[in-house]
Write a protein that binds this ligand. Structure first.
Ligand code: A3P
Length: 290
């Protein structure tokens, strides 16, 4: 895949114009929710969870225009990326924005000013340990590769990741920008770690719900949301076993193992140390640890 650098980050060419249009023309509204991430850090999970939280029946923010909307298990009808479109790859290329919850992989620096500053729009960012992100990305790109192309070797994937030359890279800069901003403005940006979601799903999902102004009323609601969004359930829904959200990107490619530490199966000690070294330089001075 050809990628180009824009504003210090790498993108496939067809994303750059929509990203520029998004930055210069998008007007965020006060009730909007922007789900941000770099690739393969749990975006699909965060989208599913946030959808369910925003649709929660007991919420004090009932949807009066369409009360039945809350009764539908919409994750069974379409993949989470359909309901929560990724703005630069879907909306600004093909559609007009008609939703109030949307996703982006764009770095913080290029988000529209209205999303960052001049609206009450909330931002939830999901990050993941770099080594698992890399392995997840490597699997993903090999899965969506054209059948006539050779698989991308892991050694090369590690080089690209460490050099920051990959889709939406550098990974480390992407994460740290959102982290630092979330530290400065915790009411505006919630920084979620994939590992913490896995380890304490109830606590973390309740935190997201509170941040979004949709706190759960009782524990059964949290259990329901977690069940609806579980990897096993989503992976086995008919809608995710077939079909594709984007050309050549099957819905099934968003669901794999969902394990913390899967990198141990693939990375050599040298690869591990190389990535740890970058984490030490880029993350640890700002108090970010995975
Ligand atoms: P693995 O490749 O390690 O299994 P993204 O959604 O940002 O593309 O990230 C994909 C990663 O999140 C994949 O990780 C995928 O399996 C995992 N994932 C997708 N849905 C999930 C869910 N509901 N719960 C936990 N992990 C999930």
């Amino acid at each position: 895949m050809d990628i180009f650098q824009w504003e210090g980050y790498w993108f496939e060419p067809n994303l750059i114009n929509p990203a520029i249009a998004f930055r210069s023309t998008f007007q965020a509204r006060d009730n909007d929710v922007l789900l941000a991430s770099t690739m393969k850090t749990g975006t699909t999970w965060l989208k599913a969870l946030s959808l369910c939280i925003m649709q929660n029946k007991s919420s004090t923010h009932q949807n009066h225009e369409n009360p039945n909307k809350h009764d539908r298990d919409i994750l069974t009808t379409e993949n989470p990326h359909f309901h929560v479109p990724t703005i630069e790859s879907t909306i600004y290329s093909t559609k007009t924005l008609m939703v109030d919850i949307y996703g982006t992989h764009l770095p913080y620096a290029v988000l529209p000013d209205s999303a960052k500053n001049s609206s009450e729009c909330k931002i939830v960012y999901i990050a993941r340990n770099p080594k698992d992100t890399l392995i997840s990305m490597w699997h993903f790109f090999n899965k969506v590769l054209r059948p006539d192309r050779d698989p991308f070797p892991l050694e090369k994937a590690v080089d690209c990741f460490c050099d920051g030359v990959h889709q939406y890279g550098p990974f480390f800069d992407h994460v740290i920008e959102y982290w630092r901003e979330s530290q400065k403005r915790p009411r505006k940006i919630l920084f979620v770690k994939y590992e913490e979601l896995k380890c304490d799903p109830k606590g973390q999902v309740s935190k997201i719900a509170e941040f979004l102004g949709r706190p759960f009323v009782d524990e059964s609601e949290v259990d329901e949301v977690l069940w609806r969004c579980s990897l096993e359930r989503l992976k086995n829904l008919e809608v995710n076993k077939s079909g594709s959200i984007l050309l050549n990107v099957p819905n099934s490619s968003f669901f794999r193992k969902g394990e913390v530490g899967d990198w141990r199966t693939y990375l050599t000690p040298e690869m591990e140390e190389r990535i740890n070294q970058i984490s030490r330089v880029k993350f640890e001075p700002f108090g970010l640890f995975f």
